[in-house]
Design a protein around this ligand. Structure first.
Ligand SMILES: NC(=O)c1ccc[n+]([C@@H]2O[C@H](COP(=O)([O-])OP(=O)(O)OC[C@H]3O[C@@H](n4cnc5c(N)ncnc54)[C@H](O)[C@@H]3O)[C@@H](O)[C@H]2O)c1
Length: 259
C-alpha cells in the first residue's frame, strides 16, 4: 500500500473524480475525509469505502464557505490527529458564450474553483506547517493549459489554479509541503454528461459529434480519460517521496494536450 496511515482530505468527493480518488486512496491505506456540498453523496462514498474495509469520514462542506472549510479541517485533526494530503477537487461547469454569460454564473464558477481552493489550501497549510509537512494537490484540467469555446469562467479558473499551485510550492517548501496539480482531459462524470447535450444545442450538432469532434478530437486514440487513470496519478503524486516533484502540472488526457 502506497499511502498507509496517511490522512487525506478530498473535496467534491461525493461523486465523480473525487469519489474515485477517495476510494483508491482508501485502498492504498489512507484515512480519507470525504467532503462535499452534498452530504448524502459524501456518506455514500464513505459507505463504499467502509464496505471495502477502509477508513473514512463524511464532511458536509461547501468549499466557498470559510467557516465550513475551517470546521471540516478541524474535525479531521480532532479525529485523526493531523492532515497529510489535501486535494482541492470540488468543481462546477457552466456552458455559455462570453457575450451571453451572466455575471452571477461567471462568479459562481470562479468562487467554487478558485476561492474554494484558496480556503481549503489555507486551512490545510496551517495544520501541515505544524506537523512537519504534507502534500497539497489541486484538480486542474487540460483547460488549465488551453481554452475551448463556451467555457470561459472554467478555463479562467483552471488557469488560475496553476498559479495557486505554484505559489504553494514556493511558500510550502520550507515547511515540507509539496504542491502539484492534476490536469485531466474529458472523464465521463456527471459534470461531463451534462455538457454533452448542452454543447450539442449551443453548437447545433449531434451529441455523437460533440463527443467525437469536440471532446475527443485531439486525443491520440479517441478515448475518454478514465476515473482509474486520474486516481492512479493522484496516488503517484501523493506518494512521491521528495520535493523533487513540486509546483508541477501533470496532464492525463490521452495526448489531447502535450506540454
Ligand atoms: N470530468 C472531467 O472531464 C474533468 C476533466 C478535468 C477536470 N475535471 C475537474 O475534476 C473535478 C471533479 O469533477 P467531476 O467531473 O468529478 O464533477 P462532478 O460534477 O461529477 O463532481 C463534482 C463534485 O463536487 C461537488 N461540489 C460542487 N460544488 C461544491 C462546493 N461548493 N463545495 C463542495 N463540493 C462541491 C459536487 O457536489 C460533486 O459531488 C472538478 O474540479 C472538475 O473541474 C473534470
Amino acid at each position: 500500500m502506497r499511502l498507509e496511515n496517511r490522512i487525506a482530505l478530498i473535496t467534491g468527493a461525493g461523486r465523480g473524480i473525487g469519489r474515485a480518488i477517495a476510494e483508491r486512496y482508501a485502498r492504498e491505506g489512507a484515512l480519507v475525509a470525504v467532503a462535499d456540498l452534498d452530504l448524502a453523496g459524501a456518506e455514500d462514498t464513505v459507505a463504499a469505502i467502509r464496505a471495502a474495509g477502509g477508513t473514512a469520514m463524511a464532511l458536509a462542506m461547501d468549499v466557498t464557505d470559510e467557516q465550513a472549510v475551517e470546521d471540516g479541517v478541524t474535525a479531521i485533526v480532532e479525529n485523526w490527529g493531523r492532515l497529510d494530503i489535501a486535494l482541492a477537487n470540488a468543481g462546477v461547469q457552466h456552458i455559455d458564450p462570453i457575450h451571453k454569460l451572466a455575471y452571477k454564473d461567471w462568479c459562481k464558477v470562479l468562487d467554487v474553483h478558485l476561492n474554494g481552493a484558496f480556503l481549503v489550501t489555507r486551512a490545510a497549510l496551517t495544520r501541515m506547517y505544524k506537523t512537519g509537512g504534507g502534500c497539497m494537490l489541486f484538480m486542474g484540467s487540460v483547460h488549465s493549459m488551453t481554452a475551448s469555446p463556451l467555457k470561459s469562467p472554467y478555463v479562467t479558473a483552471k488557469h488560475g489554479l496553476l498559479g495557486l499551485c505554484r505559489a504553494v510550492a514556493k511558500e510550502g517548501a520550507e515547511y515540507g509541503v509539496s504542491s502539484n496539480i492534476i490536469c485531466p482531459g474529458f472523464v465521463r462524470t456527471p459534470l461531463v454528461e451534462k455538457q454533452i447535450p448542452e454543447q450539442a444545442k449551443e453548437l447545433g450538432i449531434s451529441e455523437e459529434e460533440v463527443i467525437r469532434d469536440v471532446m475527443l478530437k485531439h486525443t491520440v486514440d479517441g478515448k475518454f480519460t478514465t476515473l482509474e487513470d486520474v486516481a492512479e496519478l493522484a496516488v503517484h503524486l501523493a506518494a512521491f517521496p521528495s520535493a523533487a516533484l513540486t509546483g508541477q502540472s501533470v496532464v492525463v488526457s490521452h495526448g489531447w494536450h502535450m506540454q
